[in-house]
Write a protein that binds this ligand. Structure first.
Ligand code: BGC
Length: 839
């Protein structure tokens, strides 16, 4: 590491206090156009407003409860019903859709352009389904790894979160779909989220938790903000006058609308306090309650007008009154969006550890590969809750590995029945003898439904097997060309002898086994007991003809011999563990340790095979203390969306070089986490609801670790590659906004690859305690082996200011500013100090 002193006299302009407010949105950055266009929009909005009756205005203050996901239309004035959809990682509840990697995965790419393209792709998905308002992105902060919804957000750092969310919004809105940034604010855990009160000082609120919202309003031009379920500093979010009317609308100049989270509205007076739209329906805000509030002076007509004006301003500006929102030219099942989803997934996978350069594996040299763990086959694509998406197709980790390896490779997979996920026993004794009698698929009932113009023709039949040919000349059941047909087989699997079995499909039908939706895997391995009967439902769909054969068969998994211990005899063992939507999701927080069964599985496999690779799913860190030393390689895969397996395989076998970097610190133990003592909250005497005090203030995450002196297991920004990078020649040059920091980055290894150059600033001599360093800039760079490039990162003075707790305002730094440039928060390769003049 080299220390460079940069003597730039004019780098930071003096000590003057900065104005408390950031600049108002400008024409270039705001959705709200300036000049003539703005005047025209405003005039049109005013005209519409003047034509609305009082009753119509009141109806526009709440959603249309009938479907729970839209606003109310006023057809006589051409104001459409505006349809909303969850959520951040794909379109929920409008049939199958592209399932994108979660927010946390996008954050791990540290790639602004990719975030923009993600937003664009989501926008296309929305337009293909006629959606006006997407309930995304979520920008709450990973203060603790235990928050059940971390996976939807962008990690712990407000700068990284704000940058990526802004690009996502710009991309989404560029497609004519309004974004909704959520949840405003302090909704950073799910424990008792409907009633909890978050308490934090103004500095913490301003510097950390409000920052992403500010950036998405200022630079992203987001049209809608969703308020949160929790209370903040004494006020329910929907009734927080100081935040909604004060900070958001007045101080930041937000021109759009504030909607409530679902059923979160405190009372009709919330409208007076800055809420514009109660969702999903008028439960608190009804014609009667509004009348009463007006009569008692608790609400004004002017405020109602303002709320409606905001809704109309969004609608007019976005063109919702002038064109159909549904774009029939866009496919529902889009290859372009699938490719983007896979690209994000691949770039997000974060290589945490890779001893002996075990990865990448040379697939052509592997003879036998064993794959374990509950997430191998039932790979979670997303965490649980309103962000869930049903994909058209899904590639599990196991399937991705299978497809990537030559057919001659022996791949052994040990199924982990759900009951064993939590109580592992005899798991690796895979010597279950091959069953003498294979299971049977019996009692097959087939339902065929064909969409005819104006009606659907449905027929029922009994069959002997599950199979259909969808061929040009042999159409099944006379499906007329171009009509949609669906075949559903309901059957039972009967098991005469215990063993491991594989369900093999062709034609990608959807499978439901017992109560479990499996998606459309080509193969699904399961452990079944003698005498068991399992309901099976297979669904195949077809538009027109010609997609080939759909079939389902079942066969015993061949087991070489009793007592065969595959982990020992394999070239490599891949253990797919971690969290899933059942244990990490909306409405509940999660634990830090992996289920005991999963830990035992890692121990057993690692003891048996030195080439054990752990593949983790989840939205943040889990406890790795007890096994991390036993395995050479660990990959963090977040939730990768529909193409998880393809992405993983390309990383494992070197088709792609890992380039993900942690958007959140990975704690060694949960009690070292800086917020540990202030989580999840308590029940103070005299309060009827729980309280979570953000007592650690701005010293949470890496900012807290740097203060406490504990070393996290993997620091913020960490991510290994199959190649090496060098950073040199740090220079800082003045610019109109502040300065531009330049470094030379070189790929010194033998593979092409990408890394993330991270720029941190430390303000050492301040009036109040400051973190050792804070992220102020970053740039993802892709370099060929041996290639070197100068990377310039802007460092505007405005980004160095901080909130002074006593003065209650933003101030410029008071002393020299240290610049740290590196590849993680604890891998600083270059430093410089920028002296401040005018002290
Ligand atoms: C969630 C929101 C979501 C809404 C609508 C709420 O429970 O907190 O994020 O957009 O439901 O589904």
């Amino acid at each position: 590491m080299r220390l460079i002193w940069v003597a730039l006299a004019t780098l930071l302009p003096g000590l003057s206090l900065l104005a408390a407010q950031p600049s108002a949105p400008t024409a270039a950055t705001s959705p709200y156009p300036s000049g003539e266009a703005a005047e025209k929009i405003e005039a049109r909005v005013e005209k519409l407003l003047s034509q609305l009756t009082h009753e119509e205005k009141v109806s526009l203050l709440a959603g249309d409860g009938f479907d729970g996901m839209s606003t109310i239309a006023v057809p006589r004035l051409g104001i459409p019903k505006m349809v909303m959809a969850d959520g951040p990682q794909g379109i929920r509840a409008h049939g199958p859709a592209c399932s994108f990697p979660s927010g946390i995965a996008l954050a791990a790419t540290w790639d602004r352009q990719l975030a923009f393209r993600y937003g664009e792709a989501l926008g296309r998905e929305a337009r293909a389904r006629g959606i006006h308002i997407q309930l995304a992105p979520g920008v709450n902060i990973a203060r603790t790894p235990l928050n059940g919804r971390n996976f939807e957000y962008y990690g712990e750092d407000p700068y990284l979160t704000g940058e990526l969310a802004t690009e996502y919004i710009l991309g989404l809105q560029s497609q004519g779909v309004a974004a909704t940034v959520k949840h405003f604010v302090g909704n950073d855990t799910e424990w008792r989220r409907m009633e909890i009160e978050s308490i934090m000082d103004e500095q913490t609120l301003r510097e950390i938790y409000l920052q992403p919202f500010l950036k998405t309003v200022e630079r992203g031009g987001v049209w809608s903000v969703m308020s949160a379920y929790n209370r903040l500093n004494g006020f329910p979010s929907t009734s927080n006058d100081a935040l909604q009317n004060g900070v958001l609308k007045k101080e930041w100049g937000f021109p759009g609308l504030v909607m409530s989270d679902w059923w979160a509205t405190e009372s009709v007076e919330s409208i007076a306090k800055g809420l514009d739209l109660e969702m999903p329906m008028g439960y608190r805000v009804t014609p009667e309650s509004v009348r009463e509030a007006l009569d008692h002076g608790k609400l004004t007509e002017a405020r109602i007008d303002d709320a409606v004006r905001r809704l109309l301003r969004m609608a007019v500006s976005m063109g919702f009154l002038d064109r159909p929102q549904l774009r029939k030219d866009l496919p529902l099942d889009s290859k372009e969006n699938d490719a983007l989803s896979l690209d994000v997934a691949t770039k997000s996978i974060t290589l945490l550890k890779n001893e002996r350069a075990l990865l990448p594996l040379d697939g052509t040299k592997l003879k036998r590969v064993v794959v374990y763990g509950p997430n191998a086959q039932d790979t979670p694509t997303v965490g649980g809750g309103s962000g869930g998406v049903t994909p058209f197709r899904k590639v599990s980790f196991l399937e991705g590995i299978r497809r990537a390896l030559p057919p001659k490779t022996e791949i052994f997979y040990a199924p982990m029945p759900v009951k064993e996920v939590f109580s592992l026993h005899n798991f690796l004794e895979l010597g279950k003898p091959a069953p003498t009698l294979p299971p049977r698929i019996t009692d097959i009932r087939k339902m065929v439904s064909i969409n005819q113009p104006g009606f659907t023709r449905v027929t029922f039949e009994r069959e002997n097997d599950i199979s259909v040919w969808w061929e040009k000349n042999f159409a099944p059941e006379d499906v007329p060309k171009g009509r949609e047909a669906r075949i559903v087989w309901d059957a039972r699997i009967e098991v005469p002898a215990s063993g491991n079995f594989e369900l093999i499909t062709t034609g990608h039908p959807e499978i439901r086994l017992g109560e479990k939706e499996l998606g459309n895997p080509e193969s699904y391995v399961m452990s079944l007991e003698q005498g068991e009967t399992l309901p099976l439902r297979i669904t195949a769909s077809e538009v027109g003809r010609g997609s080939g054969r759909v079939s389902v068969t079942i066969r015993p998994v061949p087991v070489e011999s009793t007592g065969f211990h595959p982990a020992e005899n394999a070239d490599v063992a891949i253990v797919c563990v971690g969290l899933s939507q059942e244990v990490e999701g909306e409405g509940f927080d999660r634990g830090f340790t992996l289920p005991v069964a999963q830990q035992q599985l890692i121990w057993k496999v690692a003891k048996a095979n030195p080439n054990t690779i752990v593949v983790l799913s989840g939205g943040a860190a889990v406890d790795m203390r007890d096994w991390i030393g036993m395995v050479p390689s660990v990959l963090q895969t977040w939730y990768l969306g529909q193409d998880a397996g393809t992405a993983l395989a390309s990383i494992l076998f070197g088709g792609a070089n890992p380039s993900g970097h942690l958007p959140c610190t990975f704690d060694r133990t949960i009690d070292e986490n800086p917020a540990f003592r202030h989580y999840p909250g308590n029940f103070p005497v005299g309060k009827e609801w729980p309280v979570v005090d953000y007592h650690e203030g701005i010293f949470y995450g890496y900012r807290g670790y740097d203060r406490s002196g504990f070393a996290p297991l993997f620091p913020f920004g960490h991510g290994l590659s199959y190649t090496e990078f060098e950073i040199s020649d740090l220079k800082a040059t003045p610019t109109a906004e502040g300065h531009s920091v330049t470094v030379a980055v070189k790929n010194t290894g033998s593979r092409d690859g990408a890394t993330v150059v991270q720029l941190y600033a430390g303000l050492p001599a301040e009036m109040t305690p400051r973190p050792l360093r804070e992220l102020k800039g970053f740039q993802r760079v892709t370099l060929k082996s041996g290639e070197s490039r100068a990377v310039a990162i802007p460092l505007p003075v405005a980004s160095l200011r901080y909130w002074h707790p006593e003065m209650g305002t933003w101030v410029n730094p008071q002393g020299p500013v240290r610049i740290d440039v590196g590849l993680s928060e604890r891998d600083i390769r270059q430093q410089a100090t920028l002296p401040v003049t005018g002290m």
